[in-house]
Write a new protein. Structure first.
Length: 403
């Protein structure tokens, strides 16, 4: 089955008894968690029910994982970048109760609940950890905050001395125990009905936040550093790379079945600078993952990456996640067929009438064929996307069969 069926569809009394048996402890655990979690729309019964059902289907790995490995699959799997979050009413309701991003992503019961929201509503084939690329920073000595309107906020690091409090962490279970618990709980809940994805930010993109102190349009501070004090930037990137490699492996050890690595802002670099400040540090992270977990598929995403396709294909990842500036055919012609593809519907298409969403989605599926492809958007879903349109996108992919 591909999505959790409604509770009333369970008719078999034996199954009901099983559900009751498994749900009871889970429900009482939630209740005993006390007022902090009171009112969480956990929909525990449904999760438990799908747990039971998916356990009956343990023989085969979940669809997205098999597709990510390059196996021939019965249909294309689908998920959406930034699928858990602001575009969903259930998420906005939870924000009222847990107003800061740090608590929503660092209280495991809450981050688990948010991670599950798009899986429950749309039946997506991938369930991504609700977290942020900045989440591991305190575990390496860098504090951050996320303001609801302005986004990430950090104390800018622009001198060698400012790097002194950064360190390489070797115990991520201690630094980010909530990530371990959330990934484990997600695996237990979704079973084989979806693939659990972990993710990390890559060194260059993380460094843009450390140097700029937050979101940036032109990345001028980090570029100034690149041209005037490259040794500071290299030192920062080196520490980030070592930490992120370990942190990605920790996520896999905790239950992540696929890892998506985001170098979202590396597309703003000239190719020569990309080769010096982005690619070598991506490589450190990818090599660390491949050394410890050669079987775990790695997907790399960069925004505005049309000019970087050949470089991304050579990075050592299993799948390149495309933005919408190239077609699947163009990407394959330039990258060869050894690397798989993810994407690449323009998230703005999700504002179109349903028949256009279907047409554009099916055009991509047809071009991709049944060959090493995971359907997704070309970047994160926009906050004002109507939920019915997101659902129509997912439904379209799941109904499509390759000739
Ligand atoms: O969008 C990307 O390019 C993906 C990589 C990335 C993430 N966070 C992953 C993420 C980047 C570049 C960030 C930085 C960041 N963190 C931003 C972008 C700001 C900028 O510079 O333009 C923001 C707004 C945050 C804070 C943040 N992260 C919020 C408020 C939320 C939840 C709400 C929402 O709808 O965005 C996140 C969640 C988040 N960041 C996820 C991921 C993969 C959630 C998991 C998912 O469902 O995909």
């Amino acid at each position: 089955f591909h999505r959790p069926p409604p509770m009333h569809s369970i008719r078999n009394p034996c199954c009901v008894a099983l559900v009751a048996l498994i749900c009871l402890p889970a429900t009482s655990a939630y209740l005993s968690a006390g007022s902090l979690f009171a009112g969480l729309p956990t929909n525990t019964a449904r999760s438990c029910q799908s747990n039971v059902l998916s356990n009956l289907n343990m023989a085969e790995d979940p669809l997205l994982l098999r597709a990510a490995r390059g196996e021939t699959v019965e249909r294309s799997p689908v998920w959406m970048m930034r699928q858990a979050g602001r575009h969903m009413q259930v998420y906005r309701d939870l924000v009222k109760k847990y107003p800061t991003f740090r608590e929503r992503s660092e209280i495991p019961e809450v981050s688990t609940e948010i991670s599950l929201q798009p899986w429950r509503s749309y039946g997506v084939d991938g369930c991504i950890l609700f977290s942020d690329i900045l989440t591991p920073l305190p575990g390496m000595g860098v504090e951050f905050d996320i303001e609801e309107k302005a986004g990430p906020k950090l104390k800018p690091m622009r001198t060698m001395e400012s790097l002194e409090h950064m360190y390489v962490n070797s115990d991520w279970t201690k630094a980010t125990p909530f990530v371990k618990q959330t990934l484990g709980d997600l695996r237990k809940t979704v079973g084989n009905s979806a693939t659990v994805l972990g993710f990390v930010g890559l060194p260059y993109t993380l460094a843009t936040y450390l140097v700029e102190g937050g979101t940036s349009k032109e990345y001028l501070e980090i570029k100034k550093m690149m041209y005037t004090q490259p040794q500071i930037l290299h030192k920062m990137l080196e520490t980030l790379a070592e930490n992120i490699g370990n942190y990605a492996n920790f996520q896999i050890d905790s239950g992540a079945q696929v890892i998506q690595i985001f170098d979202s802002w590396a597309g703003s670099l000239a190719p020569d600078d990309y080769d010096i400040f982005a690619a070598p540090y991506q490589r450190i992270v990818i090599d660390a993952i491949k050394k410890k977990h050669p079987e775990t598929p790695v997907i790399m995403y960069i925004a505005k990456s049309g000019h970087l396709l050949e470089r991304m294909a050579k990075s050592g990842v299993d799948i390149v996640s495309l933005d919408w500036t190239v077609t699947i055919d163009e990407a394959r012609a330039r990258m060869g067929t050894k690397v798989g593809l993810q994407g690449n519907l323009d998230p703005a298409v999700l504002y179109a009438p349903h028949h256009i969403i279907k047409e554009r989605t099916e055009a991509i599926l047809k071009m991709a064929g049944n060959r090493h492809h995971v359907m997704n958007l070309g970047h994160g879903i926009e906050a004002t996307t109507p939920e019915a349109n997101a659902k129509h996108f997912v439904d379209t992919v799941q109904a499509y069969r390759h000739a």
